[in-house]
Structure formats: C-alpha cells, structure tokens
Design a protein around this ligand. Structure first.
Ligand code: NAI
Length: 381
C-alpha cells in the first residue's frame, strides 16, 4: 500500500465573512484528499490573520495578497509548496488571479463566472494547456449524484432524441435590495466594476446554462434573449430569459431571475425526449423524476445499484441519507484530486475551463442579443 498524501491546498478569498468559502473548505476535507495550508483569505490582512487563527493555520502561510502568496510559496521546496489554489473572490478578480496562478504552475479551482469576458476565458484555456495544470470551475450543481445520473441516462439514450430543454434559476433576494438605492450600493453583484458585464445571467443564469450542456451533452448554437435591469440607474441585469437552439435541432429555455419574490434557490431543469423525460430541482436534490409516456412516474434516488457509475462514485452514504450542497461540491473536489494526481477519472467528474469558455460565450451572446433588440445571436466556438 502506497502512503496516502493529501494535496496541499491554498485559498484566495473565502475568508471570515465570505458566503461560499465554507462550502469549499468542507468539500475539500470531505474526501480526505486535501489539507488547507494557507492563502490570502481576505482583502483585509487583519481579517485574514484572524481567520487563519480560527482555523489554526500557520500565520506564516497567511499572506496579505496574491502576489506575496505566489512569491513566498514558489520560494519553498517543492515538497512543502501549496499545489492547488482555490479562487473564491468576487468575479472581477477571477481572471487576473487565475492567470497569475496558472503561470506560476499551480492547479486552480475557480469560482464562476470564470472571467469578465469570453476573450479572457479563452486566454485562460490556452494557458491551462500550455502550463499543463488542472483547472476546475466550480459549477457546484454538477456534483449532485442525481444530476450526474441524469447525464448518464441521457448519454445512454434513455430519453430518445432530446426535443425540448427548460432550465430555470429563480431567486428573490435582490427584490428587497433593488427598490432601495442605499441597499443597492452595498451589493457587489450589482456593481459592474466587481461583478463584470452581468449580474443575473453571470451569477445564476450561467449555472442553468451549464446544467443544460452538462446533463444533455448538447451544444447551444444560438440564443434570443431579453434581460431587465428594472431601474434605469441600475446598470446590470437582474432578470433574463434566453431562448436557445441546440446542435441537434432542439430548442430550449434558460430562465433566470433574482427578483422572483421570495424564491430561495430554485434551480431546476427538465429535459424532454422522444421516448421519455427527466426532471430535477436543486431544493430537492435527491429526487430525479423519470417520466415515460403511459407509465407511472419513477423517482430515482442516490445510493442505489440502479444508478450509473458517475452517480455511484458521487454518493457516500447508504440510500435515505440526503446528499446536499456540501456533498455536491465535494464530488467536484474528488474528481479534481484524481486529475491532479494523474489518475483516471470519469467524464463529467468536474467542470473545466471549457465550461468556463462556454459560459462566458453564453453570457456575452445573451447580452448582445438583448442589446441588439432581441435578435438571434450565435455562440461561435
Ligand atoms: P463574498 O463577498 O461573500 O466573499 C468574497 C471574499 O473574497 C471575501 O472573503 C473577501 O474578503 C475576499 N476578497 C475580496 N477581494 C480580495 C482580494 N483582493 N484578495 C483576497 N481576498 C479578497 O462573495 P461570495 O458570495 O462568497 O462569492 C465569491 C465568488 O463565488 C463569486 O465569484 C461568486 O459568483 C461565486 N459563488 C459561487 C457559488 C456557486 O454555487 N458555485 C455560490 C456563491 C458564490
């Protein structure tokens, strides 16, 4: 038996009061594959040190910024140096930080949207290939066992030919913010300097888009979109709908909103084929609904033998123990660990920079379509 060695992990952002940092840290630990060693956890160094103290991390490996992080880590012997770095900062920092890290030879686990522009995502893709590093994009929902089962069943032809896809991501949290100018100013997601070109489509529409391409394997060729900012002095979209045409001739919808009053995290996808259909929703992630003409509804669940390999390796507990958002992210970290170790992994084990390029092209096509008077706009790859 060879000695198991955990991957040395670093983190940029994700500090004390961050929203999604905790999900990454727990996910990284779940599979016993990573140890968090250090990072530049916060824009405020004092807060970063306080955070490191809370986690009992070595303050010497807690850096004031990413430049110092890279410089000091590269100066360490290779067998001590952090190997993979998670980027969990607001959107505008993903591209410059990921670029620096890739060029310095670190594997990168990055939050979405991967960059501010498609051109930046393409540049990162080239750098990932050039520097031969692993790049994971944390489209968290692709880690759920039943989303993975959906992907497997569709690939096996369980639905026949896909003829309609409907992906929706509805939240309501911006409703109480958008009508109050003072509150608006406190939300970085509404600030183009921090969020990038889009709020709603970049934050959640891109998850719905990714779910379609991940589960169905279809490529979106064109979109006809409409987006809304609600107020003239609010620069970024907070609601949007995109009709999509796919490379098998089918059509579909990406519907996203952050002003769907009182909705929580209502991401759902339905894929309709000539033989059967599949439906899944994030707020009840352990149920995958399989609908067949003239047959009673079937509900598939994690942990059962009837699931395919991708769902099986993504399930830790016996049937009846719910798998949630932490487990989903952990599955992405597990697939990434295999890639970092140079081990074989199943297709779909984690989203990559390719998903990032596709997502950014989708966001830009949506905004161009809406901006040009709601016209069909190609996504050229
Ligand atoms: P947040 O605002 O709660 O946290 C951001 C963190 O980054 C804070 O700890 C802040 O101090 C730190 N930070 C800011 N500038 C920094 C710098 N220059 N150097 C080091 N640290 C810095 O943001 P939240 O909601 O956690 O989002 C972070 C990213 O994660 C966003 O890109 C967002 O789109 C993405 N996200 C993804 C989700 C998913 O389901 N995959 C869910 C929520 C967020």
């Amino acid at each position: 038996m060879s000695k198991h060695r955990k991957i040395r992990l670093g983190m940029i952002g994700g500090g004390l009061n961050s929203f999604i940092g905790i999900v990454h840290r727990i996910a990284a630990y779940m599979g016993e594959e990573y140890t968090l060693i250090g990072g530049a956890f916060d824009s405020n160094y004092e807060s970063a040190l306080e955070f490191a103290n809370k986690l009992e991390l070595d303050p010497a490996r807690t850096y004031p910024n990413i430049d110092t992080f890279i410089e000091k880590e590269l100066a360490l012997p290779e067998n001590e140096r952090i190997e993979a770095v998670v980027v969990v900062t607001p959107n505008f920092l993903h591209y410059p930080m990921a670029k620096q890290l890739i060029q310095a030879g670190f594997h990168v686990i990055c939050e979405k949207p991967v960059t501010n522009t498609a051109a930046e995502a393409i540049e990162l893709e080239e750098l990932v290939h050039k520097h031969k590093v692993v790049f994971t994009l944390t489209h968290t929902y692709t880690g759920y066992p039943m989303v993975r089962q959906m992907k497997t069943m569709i690939a096996q032809g369980a639905l026949g030919k896909i003829q309609k896809v409907d992906a929706q991501y509805y939240q309501g949290w911006i409703n109480p913010v958008i009508h109050d100018k003072d509150k608006r100013a406190t939300v970085w997601r509404l600030d183009p300097a921090k969020a990038g070109q889009s709020c709603c489509m970049g934050d959640i529409g891109v998850h719905a888009f990714n779910m379609i391409e991940y589960t169905t394997g279809l490529k979106t060729l064109k979109v006809l979109a409409d987006v809304d900012t609600l107020y003239e002095d609010n620069p970024l979209d907070i609601d949007g709908t995109a009709m999509c045409k796919f490379d098998n001739g089918a059509k579909g919808l990406v519907r996203a909103s952050q002003i769907a009053t009182a909705e929580e995290n209502n991401l759902r996808i339905a894929v309709y084929g000539t033989k059967a259909s599949l439906k899944w929703e994030q707020e009840n992630p352990n149920y995958l609904y399989f609908l067949q003409e003239g047959q009673p509804l079937q509900v598939l669940k994690p942990g059962h033998e009837y699931n395919g390999d991708l769902a099986k390796i993504s399930t830790k507990m016996a049937p009846g123990h719910p798998e949630g958002i932490f487990d989903s992210m952990a599955n992405i970290y597990l697939g990434t660990a295999r890639a970092i170790r140079g081990e074989a992994y199943l297709e779909g084990a984690f989203p990559t920079i390719r998903d990032g390029v596709r997502g950014m092209k989708f966001i830009e096509a949506v905004l161009a379509s809406a901006g040009n008077g709601n016209v069909w706009t190609e996504i050229v790859d």
